[in-house]
Every structure is written in C-alpha cells, then in structure tokens.
Design a protein around this ligand. Structure first.
Ligand code: NAP
Length: 413
C-alpha cells in the first residue's frame, strides 16, 4: 500500500503517488539570506493537469535564481505564483532536476511513467502560443521552480511534459540534474541571435568563466571551433576554464575600473576609466595571442562589467546578456554603440528547440555538465549561501533528493 509520505531517499513503487512530500520551502516571512530562508516542510503533492507530468526527483540542480527567490529580491516570487492561480504563501524552488516520470496527464504523449528524464525550466501556455512563434516572447512564459511553485527541491515536481528531455544515460543522477538551466541559457545566448551566432574561429569573451553559465558557454564556444577567453577572479578558476577549452583567462582582480561609468563630461574621471578599459583590452589580446577584439561578449555580471563589455566588443559585434548579478544600471557609452555599430542583446533561458539542441550535446558526451560540489537534501540552503557569497567552487552544484548515494546512473524503483 502507498504510504502517506516517504522518507528522503526512499522511493514509492513506480507510478504510485503518495499524498504528501518533503520539500525545502521558502516563505515570505523568512525572506533573507539563503541560510535562513529554506526550511524542510511536508507539503501536499499537487495534481497534474492534462499537459503535465509528475516527476520523482532523484537529484536537483542549484542555480542562482533561488538565491534571488530566498532573498525576495528583485521580486517576491510568491506573489507571482498567486497571479498564476497557484498558492502564494510558499515557494518550492529548484529549476533543474533529473528523475523518473511517475504520472502523466491525459494529453501527454512525449513521456510515459518510468521514463528517466532531465527537466528544462521553460513553461508557457502550451495552447496559447501561436504556432511558429517563439514561446520565449509569449506573456505566459515563466521559469519553473522560480516563477512556479513546484520546483525540484522536493520529492516530486510538477512540470509541463515538454520540459522533460532524455536523461543522458552515461551520467549520474546528480550530474544529469545540474546543467540544463545554465546550459540551455548559454546555448540560446550564443546560438540564438543571428547573425551573431558563434562561428568557427570567432573570438568570444566569457565573464564568470568558471561559474554555471560560464563553464557551459566555454564548452559551447569550443565545440563551435571558436576561441573562448574567460574572465575569472582567481588562478584556480582560470585554470579550470582552460581545461574546458579556454584559450586563456584574465583575472579581473588585476583591474579596478569596475562599476558605473563616470559621466562623459568629467574629463579626468572618464580618462581614468577609459585607461582601465584599454588595459583590459590589451590583456585580452595578450591572452589570445593576436590583436583581435571579441565578436561576442557573454555577459551576466551586469552593472560592474557592461561598460567594459561594450567598450571591448568588436565593431559590428554583440554583447549578449541574461542577468545583472551586480546591479541593473548598466551604463553604455552610446558613441561606441552607434559609431561602431555594436549590439546589446537581452536573452532569457531557452525555448524547446534551444533546450533539446543543447541537451543532445550532453547526451552525445560533447559537453561535460561540470558537476562540482554535491549536497544532501537537508543542506540545500548551503550551496545557495555559498553562491550568494561567491564562495562556491567551480562548475555546477547539485543536491541529492531521491537518491542518497553519489554516482548511480540508473535506479529501479
Ligand atoms: P555563478 O555560478 O555564481 O557564476 C557567476 C560568476 O560571475 C562567478 O563565478 C563569478 O566569477 C562572476 N562574478 C561574480 N561577481 C562578479 C563581478 N563583480 N564582476 C564580474 N564577474 C563576477 O552563477 P551563474 O549560474 O553563472 O549565474 C550568473 C547570473 O546569471 C545569476 O545572476 C543568475 O541568476 C543569472 N542567470 C540568468 C539566466 C536567464 O535565463 N536569464 C539563466 C542562468 C543564470 P569570478 O568571481 O571568477 O569572476
């Protein structure tokens, strides 16, 4: 008989769904640093709709978005849940997972109970997006496990069936659960904005090269036959990116012109700032071994670095950005933008085509998910706290949820 609730690490018989589950829950009254915001609670398992699937979570990936969710900054995600008719008093985060399908809705044909899957985090109104248009531009678009309630920091997660992609059979559950959010985002940034898709021999500058996004971006650029140059804050991180295919790295600690640009009318301050940018550009040439500017700059730090990114990107090149980790007031000297015909392009996660294209590279063994540290279910606050303090190790982090042992590639339940 199915129990009412199972312990962490215990799996119900395949296809049998208990009434309740353990989840790491954020509530508005606990918003703050991750160490205080996450608490384990028992929550009712949600019903699945006709286009949805319920997935038993083997392992969950850790992403920066639930650092934001824990802090309630820049938005209160619980209020977003309420707007979509979901409970607004709690949030179960987690936008990456590997697991096994336990239940599917009546319309679902792409997966069945028992399938081993990894989940991408793009949700939208599957019947409302006009055919032939990009769901990423549709108002119903939202990120599962951030703007939805039912993320992967729980024994079960509710997703739309199209989010379920094949699990790379060669990967452990924790490695399979750690890469989709950052990998698919990096893919769209680098391959989704023609004509600025990475071409063979292109030079690409990648901020935060050893981080989640950066480690995926570095490998995508390498796989396209192009030349990644990374920016990092330590030699350890830099050497890590070289192993992933970076031609070399720049240590951002060697420069101090970061942050908002001085006003263009302040000649002295502007000259000092521009000298910092030129020195950074020279460091880029030195690392690359040739005097070429990057055709694409892969941005996410935002306020601290965008002025430099716009300055160094090649004439006719693109700065593509998906975040503003250091702040949202990114100054652009418009003279460089128009005279050198540069492009500043926003990008956000991925559609199904982007996500499946990236996942195939992982299934084929061409991209390493760069699994770094692995945590237990009870420790889910910890990697978020480390990320918040930028003290985490290289690569992508994961937490074991349904499996309690590392290194398992399959599991019969
Ligand atoms: P991550 O693993 O923490 O990596 C971010 C990297 O940024 C760090 O490794 C750090 O590298 C670098 N960094 C930190 N402070 C910096 C500064 N002041 N200047 C320059 N670089 C700095 O995080 P992630 O998973 O790559 O995510 C990065 C950001 O993108 C987060 O804000 C996240 O929410 C966002 N994101 C957005 C999307 C989307 O679809 N819109 C998708 C994924 C992630 P060094 O200290 O070594 O330089």
């Amino acid at each position: 008989m199915t129990k009412d609730i199972y312990d962490i690490g215990e799996a119900p018989p395949l296809g049998e769904v208990p009434a309740k589950m353990w989840a790491q829950v954020i509530r508005p009254e606990r918003f703050g640093e991750p160490k205080d915001a996450f608490k384990p609670e028992q929550i009712d398992i949600p019903e699945v709709g006709p286009d949805e699937a319920l997935v038993w979570v083997a392992a969950a990936g850790i992403n920066y978005n639930n650092v934001w969710a824990a802090r309630g900054v820049p938005i209160d995600v619980c209020q977003v849940h309420g707007k979509f008719g979901e409970p607004s008093d709690f949030h179960i985060g987690g936008s990456d997972a590997s697991g096994i399908v336990y239940k599917v809705g009546d319309n679902v044909t792409n997966v069945k109970v028992g399938d081993r899957v990894v989940i991408h985090c793009g949700e939208w109104d599957v019947h409302g997006v006009p055919a032939g248009t990009d769901p990423m531009f549709h108002p119903s678009y939202r990120i599962w496990g951030y703007e939805t309630n039912w993320g992967s920091f729980a024994q079960f997660t509710k997703v739309q069936a199209h989010q379920c992609m094949p699990k790379p059979p060669h990967l452990s559950w924790e490695a399979a659960g750690c890469y989709a959010l950052v990998g698919c985002t990096a893919w769209r940034m680098l391959m989704g904005w023609p004509p600025h898709t990475v071409q063979s021999d292109d030079v690409v500058l990648i901020w935060g090269g050893s981080g989640g996004l950066g480690s995926m971006a570095t490998q995508i650029v390498r796989e396209q036959g192009a030349k990644p140059v990374t920016v990092v804050s330590s030699d350890n991180r830099g050497e890590f990116t070289k192993k992933l295919g970076a031609v070399g790295y720049i240590n951002r600690k060697d420069f101090n012109h970061w942050g908002r640009m001085p006003d263009w009318t302040d000649d002295e301050a502007y000259a000092t700032w521009a000298a910092g940018c030129r020195a950074f550009g020279k460091a880029f040439w030195d690392v690359l071994g040739e005097r070429r500017a990057p055709r694409i700059v892969f941005e996410h730090p935002g306020q601290d670095t965008v002025p430099t990114s716009i300055f160094v990107v090649d004439t006719g090149g693109m700065v593509v950005i998906c975040a503003g980790t250091t702040g949202y007031n990114a100054d652009v000297d418009l003279r460089y933008l128009w005279m050198r015909q540069k492009r500043l392009q926003g990008s956000h996660f991925a559609n199904d085509d982007d996500a499946y294209a990236f996942n195939e590279l992982v299934v084929d063994g061409k991209i390493d998910p760069c699994l770094g540290d692995v945590f237990t279910f009870d420790e889910i606050w910890k990697p978020h706290q480390l990320m918040f303090e930028n003290k985490h190790n290289e690569g992508n982090m994961a937490a074991l949820v349904g499996v309690t042992e590392r290194g398992l590639t399959d599991l019969d339940v």
